[in-house]
Write a protein that binds this ligand. Structure first.
Ligand SMILES: C[S@@+](CC[C@H](N)C(=O)[O-])C[C@H]1O[C@@H](n2cnc3c(N)ncnc32)[C@H](O)[C@@H]1O
Length: 232
């Protein structure tokens, strides 16, 4: 992947993640109460595209990594119906509490299981899921961990299973001023400007996925990609 140190061109390198998992957990615990009021509403339209493209059907078993305040867990639970199951994995207990009460209020608890943990160590059995959803979370993992997370997604997906990734993306040498500003903020306050643009399609291909669909969007002039791929 670009950013692994082999390429010298600074514009093409993705930024490293310097904060610890404990710091990530503490930050998201703190942010969980006001996350929806600040970031959540800007991200909704991108999440919705990712969910639509993943096209989850009744009876499917689905995993969401980094589910945050749980809007997509709720949507996925409605899509799988009473015969399906949705698993969520997030590192933050605060996020899990908010998602749990959202799911309870919606009367969907029976089809949802929310786990706490680090997605770099996916503890699910192989070939379990029909689909995996990741929205604004893959770009939180440090560069060497992105392939680890995606290879584990491969492992837990059934053959032919789909993955939908919504993430800030880099699009080659021509970074916009906003991308440069964002990357600067990421290096200055890594606990808060924690996402940084990554090469989504390339990361999925390198993990052995076949790209099915890619949509390029933009959030405050920072490119966002929604990429759907399948396990061959
Ligand atoms: C930027 S939020 C996105 C939340 C949600 N997916 C959305 O689109 O609104 C990132 C989420 O990933 C979770 N997260 C961060 N690092 C993680 C890790 N190593 N393993 C699992 N979840 C993680 C955070 O706790 C947070 O809920």
């Amino acid at each position: 992947m670009k950013g692994d140190g082999k390429m010298n061109d600074n514009a093409t390198q993705i930024r490293r993640v310097t904060r610890s998992k404990e710091a990530a957990q503490a930050t998201y615990d703190k942010m969980s109460k006001w996350y929806d009021a600040v970031s959540g509403r800007f991200e909704k339209k991108f999440r919705d595209v990712g969910l639509r493209k993943l096209n989850v059907k009744e009876g499917e078993t689905v995993l969401e990594i980094g589910f945050g305040t749980g809007h997509c867990i709720e949507a996925l639970a409605r899509s799988v119906g009473a015969s399906g199951k949705v698993y969520g994995l997030d590192i933050s207990e605060g996020m899990r509490n908010i998602t749990r009460s959202r799911v309870e209020k919606a009367g969907l608890s029976e089809r949802v299981e929310l786990q706490l943990g680090d997605a770099a160590k996916l503890a699910f059995e192989a070939d379990l899921f029909d689909a995996v959803f990741i929205s604004f979370a893959l770009e939180l993992f440090d560069t060497p961990e992105i392939p680890v997370v995606l290879q584990q997604c491969q492992r837990v997906l059934k053959r032919g299973g789909r993955i939908s990734v919504v993430a800030m993306s880099k699009r080659g040498k021509e970074d916009s001023a906003m991308v440069r500003l964002y990357e600067w903020a990421h290096t200055q306050v890594p606990n808060y400007a924690d996402c940084r643009p990554i090469y989504v399609r390339q990361a999925l291909e390198e993990a052995g996925f076949q790209i099915m669909d890619a949509t390029e969007l933009s959030l405050w002039s920072v490119p966002v990609e929604v990429v759907v791929a399948k396990k061959p």
